[in-house]
Structures are given as C-alpha cells and as structure tokens.
Design a protein around this ligand. Structure first.
Ligand code: PLP
Length: 222
C-alpha cells in the first residue's frame, strides 16, 4: 500500500462530519506532497523547526495544525502559517498565542488539551484546571486566539474499554463546556481525539477530528 491508497482507505471509512488531520511529523516533504496530490489538505506537525521548514517547501493552501507540546517562546514562529493549535494546556500559552496572533491580526483556532489518560507523562489540563480558566472569563477578551474545542489522547494500551471510557469522558466534558461556557458560540465545535490505533473508537465516542500518522505514512524513524 502506498500513501495515496492508505489515505483513501481511511477517508472512505470516515463519516462526513469527521475531519482528518494527516500527521506528517518525521516524514519528508515528498510524503506530504504525495498525500496532498491525493487530495489531503490538513497536515499535523509536532515540532516548531520541522513545521517552519516544511510549510515553506509545500503548497500554500495546506492547512497546518500544530499538535505537539508548545513552549511559549516558540509561539511567535509558528503563528504566521498555523491554522489550529491542538495542544493549548495553559492560560499563559493561550495569552501568548493571542499576543502573537494580534501582532499580525490573524485568527488562530486553539484547542484546549485535556488530560484524559491514566498515564502521568502526557500533557494537558485536568477537568478542574480547565473549568478554572474558563470560570475566570478572561477568554472572552481574546480577539484572535479563539477556543475551538478540546483535544485529548487516550492511554497507550490494548484495553479497548479503557480507551473508550477515556474518549467518552472527553466527549462528556466537551458537552459540559459547550453548555456552561459556549452555548451560543459556533466556533467551539471540535473534539480532536483518535490516532492510528484508536480513531475508530474515538469516532464512535464523538470525535470530530482525528489525527492519523502511521496508518497513512508508515512508521516514523526518530
Ligand atoms: C504523533 C501524534 C499523532 C499520530 O500518531 P499515529 O499513531 O502515528 O497515528 C496524533 N496526535 C499526536 C498529538 C501525536 O503526537
């Protein structure tokens, strides 16, 4: 199977409401070009250096998503060509995104990364940390960085029921936030969950955006 076949096989299996982010980290620009030629327009990267090089070498109408952990001092560099940041895990980071986006007057979709896995190692806000930020209400003053939804990663495990429970908890938390803080806000609409090994479960649990790398591009060489 090649990249184009992999991509079509996944796309054909997705409900029309689910967006596919093709995660191209650690893969060369030729691989992205192949997926692009096969009709894919949304790509996800996790490192600042890599995304800044690649966006220069590839078609301008690609929608770049940043999915990795983001330090505040790297925000400025990625803002000009980034459409969505999936990994917003602090108010400080959101403020910095707002500042840099305001400088160039560019709207940026920000997803709040929520910690749903059992593992400690993953980043993300707890439910309570997230409620606390939104209770402050300061996000209503953001003009360019808008909160477009939530993102989460399930535990790396073979236990399908655990993965399902974690995705379900993110879907229920999204519904809570929508109801409590964003009832009339159409921008708050995305639940980014599901990767190569678990996106089918994520979709059953309400994902609107999946982030798939190895099932499209093959294994990564780190
Ligand atoms: C690498 C990565 C993915 C893609 O993982 P695959 O298992 O290759 O599909 C998705 N989301 C995040 C945050 C990642 O870092």
């Amino acid at each position: 199977m090649n990249i184009s076949d992999n991509l079509h096989a996944i796309k054909d299996s997705l409900p029309g409401t689910v967006k596919l982010v093709a995660v191209s980290k650690f893969h060369p620009k030729e691989a992205i070009q192949e997926a692009y030629s096969a009709g894919q327009k949304i790509f996800g990267e996790s490192r600042m250096q890599e995304i800044s090089l690649k966006h220069q070498q590839l078609p301008e109408d690609i929608e770049w998503h940043f999915i990795g952990h983001l330090q505040t001092n790297k925000v400025k560099a990625i803002i000009p060509y980034t459409h969505t940041i999936h990994s917003v895990d602090s108010w400080k980071l959101l403020q910095e995104i707002e500042k840099q986006a305001a400088n160039i007057e560019k709207p940026i979709c920000c997803l709040l990364e929520i910690h749903i896995a059992k593992e400690d190692a993953k980043y993300g806000l707890t439910f309570d940390e997230c409620r606390k930020i939104l209770n402050e209400g300061l996000h209503k003053q953001l003009k360019y960085a808008y909160i477009g939804g939530v993102m989460g990663m399930a535990t790396f495990t073979d236990d399908i029921e655990q993965i399902r429970t974690e995705f379900n908890s993110l879907k229920r938390f999204y519904d809570e936030l929508k109801n409590d803080y964003f009832p009339d806000n159409d921008q708050f609409s995305e639940i980014s969950m599901g990767m190569s090994d678990d996106y089918k479960i994520a979709i059953e649990e309400g994902s609107t955006m999946i982030r798939v790398g190895s099932s499209i591009f093959g294994h990564r060489e780190y």
